[in-house]
Design a protein around this ligand. Structure first.
Ligand code: HEM
Length: 126
């Protein structure tokens, strides 16, 4: 049988757009996270995270065509991310992931990655 990527198995681009759209709707009203975003319009940030996650999970490589190598730790250096910011990010993402209606095995796999990634991007502990 043909190998199906995680990206395809969970519904492709539409699923990633739905999750990240829901995530940024939460960010927009989050007192911890909203002040970190330099741009008034969250749309471009939403697009970057959507394309990154699509690429990570085996979808098209549009993110790297537009942005180059992800270098996520470097790109997050300007923003102080301690436990409070990490927890806020994961709280918004949890709502978005739970809302997407994925099968439990896929949801768990996605969540495990997002928790690991959020922990790995912490760069401030004060
Ligand atoms: C960009 C915050 C975790 C992926 C950003 C930006 C902020 C931010 C303020 C700049 C917005 C923009 O212009 O794109 C945070 C905080 C996190 C967090 C507070 C808490 C731990 C993550 C995680 C991932 C991620 C876990 C991936 C799984 C990205 C990507 C970009 C980005 C792909 C755009 C990079 C670029 O191409 O410039 N993040 N982030 N972030 N973040 Fe995060």
């Amino acid at each position: 049988p043909e190998q199906v990527s995680f990206f395809e198995a969970v519904g492709g681009e539409e699923t990633f757009r739905r999750i990240v759209g829901r995530f940024y709707a939460e960010v927009a009203t989050d007192d911890v996270l909203r002040p970190l975003y330099p741009e008034e319009d969250l749309g471009p940030a939403e697009e970057r995270l959507t394309l990154f996650l699509m690429q990570y999970w085996g979808g098209p490589h549009t993110y790297s065509e537009q942005r180059g190598h992800p270098r996520l730790r470097m790109r997050h250096q300007p923003f102080p991310i301690g436990p409070i910011e990490r927890d806020a990010w994961l709280r918004c993402m949890r709502i978005a992931v739970d809302d997407a209606g994925l099968d439990k095995a896929y949801r768990d796999q996605l969540w495990q990655y997002l928790e690991m990634a959020a922990n790995s991007l912490m760069n401030a502990w004060a």
